[in-house]
Design a protein around this ligand. Structure first.
Ligand SMILES: NC(=O)c1ccc[n+]([C@@H]2O[C@H](COP(=O)([O-])OP(=O)(O)OC[C@H]3O[C@@H](n4cnc5c(N)ncnc54)[C@H](O)[C@@H]3O)[C@@H](O)[C@H]2O)c1
Length: 549
């Protein structure tokens, strides 16, 4: 096994050796003793990934409202696995282990580690012995076996179950445990609690573990911190005492005065809130796929249709789905609910009950494939083939103006076009490395890359994300505007064709092009196709008619 853990920039950190654990514990214990003398509560955050690292800093930044002094001492804890250990030494240096567009993240972590000294990180899970409260932010993935069929997927409970076992083996009996991980409904009470109770029984502890649940609604992007701290939370506890304790904790660390807490009777209700919330969102987005195809085939611009509908305040949150939905949560959370119904709650009629959520996820997961068809057709209209064509995709992330590439529709587009023989180039102003491609053998986990659903994906490990758009577009035969990142909204057709060196196919996946720009591309000899925008044919005819007349 590798003796190092490398961060995304390639910096290597040696994994801790068995003989170092005792000394590491002494270091943490001494810091905790000092913090306790200072009247601080000790909080351990398990899992310092996208959510845990920022949540840890938010808790560490908390001040006592009465005294104005820091009131929590936070220990970020992560297993020393070759894949993830690097997050610990980075956090210990006061550097964020996650790349965030939010300018608040880096200074907040640096402030808490270096100035306030309220945040430390460790690999030693024995630090759980010192905790008054443990926050669980490890992942719980839903892995799909087939492309476009979420029903055959499975929840991956390993990380969560292992973490709950470790916590049960180490914490003090009166320590509050808060699961923030998005879990399959029933997990807190029927999976995690029994694991902890068993561990308590083995240790001869009579009391029941104080276990609670409150899911994250964090949103990657410029408001990352705010989307955790200044946002509405839902919570619950396995017992009345756990519920009271979690309410008190969340009131201390989050802005619950402005964003009141909703307290549910049982954890399965707060767990279900998260799953239904995200299934609802996935469904409203998927619903527009059929109308997007309708629009393309019948001369309708769905972008204008949506704008017209959004004038009604009751319908103002309609969003055009782009080349797929992506992000970490929407593609998986409905799956966790579907899976729990059978595997945790014991019902056998899931296929009969769940019609809409699985269909929505399947539609969203495969919408990108249609972009490949549009690209092929646009090139064909110009007398070219997709095989061997130089195609530039603008935007690798799942959402505008963020660098998060997890399950992005763009990945599906790149993979399908690569299978069809296109030579793909990538541009994204916010993404430095597209790990889903570059490290497809191991990322998101060995055997889990979408590469397994397509042929001829091997070469994508050499993919690089370009930053200079003019350079990236040089000689391209097609450009796919996949994400409405700010710089793409301003693109001028004359510049694009100049940079390319000749007319090219332009594929708009997100209603990025105005009618004037579409017209101009046609005037310049380009071909334009777009998701959900059937009126393009009309513009094309007008331009052709004008040039013939
Ligand atoms: N990222 C988002 O946008 C977002 C939004 C809302 C909710 N969530 C939910 O928050 C949870 C965490 O998501 P994330 O994005 O932070 O995931 P992540 O993969 O970035 O982080 C999880 C971390 O936990 C660590 N870990 C795994 N097993 C461990 C163990 N036994 N002990 C200690 N650490 C362990 C992993 O190495 C990793 O660093 C998920 O349930 C997710 O659905 C995420």
């Amino acid at each position: 096994m590798s003796q190092y853990s490398a961060n995304p920039a390639g910096e290597k950190f040696p994994l801790p050796k068995p003989e170092e654990y005792a000394q590491e514990y002494q270091r943490i214990e001494a810091l905790v003793q000092a913090a306790r003398k200072d009247g601080k509560e000790i909080v351990v955050v398990m899992g310092v990934g996208f959510v845990g690292a920022v949540m840890a800093a938010i808790v560490a930044d908390t001040i006592d409202k009465a005294t104005g002094k820091p009131s929590k001492f936070v220990i970020g804890c992560q297993r020393p696995s070759p894949r993830s250990y690097w997050k610990i030494p980075m956090l210990s240096r006061g550097e964020s282990p996650v790349k965030a567009e939010d300018p608040e993240v880096d200074p907040m972590i640096a402030r808490c580690v270096k100035d306030k000294k309220t945040l430390v990180a460790t690999y030693n899970a024995d630090s759980l012995r010192l905790a008054d409260c443990v926050v669980v932010d490890v992942q719980c993935d839903y892995s799909k076996q087939e492309l476009g069929n979420m029903r055959t997927g499975e929840a991956d409970m390993n990380a969560l179950e292992a973490t709950m076992k470790t916590i049960g083996e180490k914490i003090q009996p009166n320590c509050l445990v808060l699961i923030e991980t998005t879990v399959a409904p029933g997990t807190t009470e029927f999976v995690a609690w029994p694991i902890m109770k068993k561990a308590f029984a083995t240790r001869g502890i009579d009391s029941v573990p104080l276990l609670s649940h409150s899911f994250e609604r964090v949103m990657p992007g410029r408001e990352y911190v705010s989307s955790i701290r200044d946002f509405w939370r839902v919570c619950s506890g396995c017992t009345p005492e756990a519920r009271e304790r979690v309410v008190k904790f969340l009131k201390e660390v989050l802005n619950t005065e402005k964003f009141p807490l909703t307290v549910m009777d049982r954890p399965i209700e707060s767990e279900t809130t998260k799953i239904v919330e995200n299934s609802y969102r996935a469904t409203t987005l998927a619903f527009l796929n059929e109308w997007s195809l309708f629009a393309e085939r019948n001369g309708v611009d769905l972008i204008k249709v949506i704008k017209a509908i959004k004038m009604r305040p009751t319908h103002s949150n309609m969003i055009f789905p782009g080349p797929g939905v992506g992000g970490y949560c929407l593609p998986k959370d409905g799956g966790l609910g579907f899976w729990a119904y059978k595997h945790i709650l014991g019902f056998e009629d899931g296929d009969a009950i769940f019609k809409i959520t699985p269909t929505a996820i399947d539609i969203n997961d495969t919408r990108g494939l249609h972009v490949a068809e549009l690209t092929r057709d646009a090139l064909r209209n110009m007398g070219r083939y997709i095989a061997g064509a130089e195609v530039l995709i603008c935007g690798a992330s799942y959402r505008q103006d963020v660098g998060d590439t997890r399950y992005s529709g763009s990945e599906m587009v790149v993979r399908k076009l690569t299978e069809m023989g296109a030579e793909m180039r990538i541009h994204d102003p916010y993404v430095d490395h597209w790990y889903e491609l570059e490290q497809q053998d191991v990322y998101p986990a060995p055997g889990h890359s979408w590469s397994r659903f397509f042929r001829n994906q091997e070469g994508l490990v050499h993919a690089t994300v370009q930053k200079d758009l003019a350079q990236a577009i040089k000689g391209a035969e097609a450009v796919i505007l996949a994400v409405p990142h700010e710089p793409y909204l301003k693109l001028n057709p004359d510049d694009v064709v100049n940079w390319a060196g000749a007319p090219l196919a332009v594929i708009d996946c997100f209603g990025i092009l105005s009618d004037d720009k579409i017209r101009r591309y046609f005037e310049l000899g380009c071909e334009v196709k777009a998701l959900g925008r059937g009126h393009i044919q009309r513009i094309k005819k007008e331009v052709k008619g004008a040039s013939a007349g």
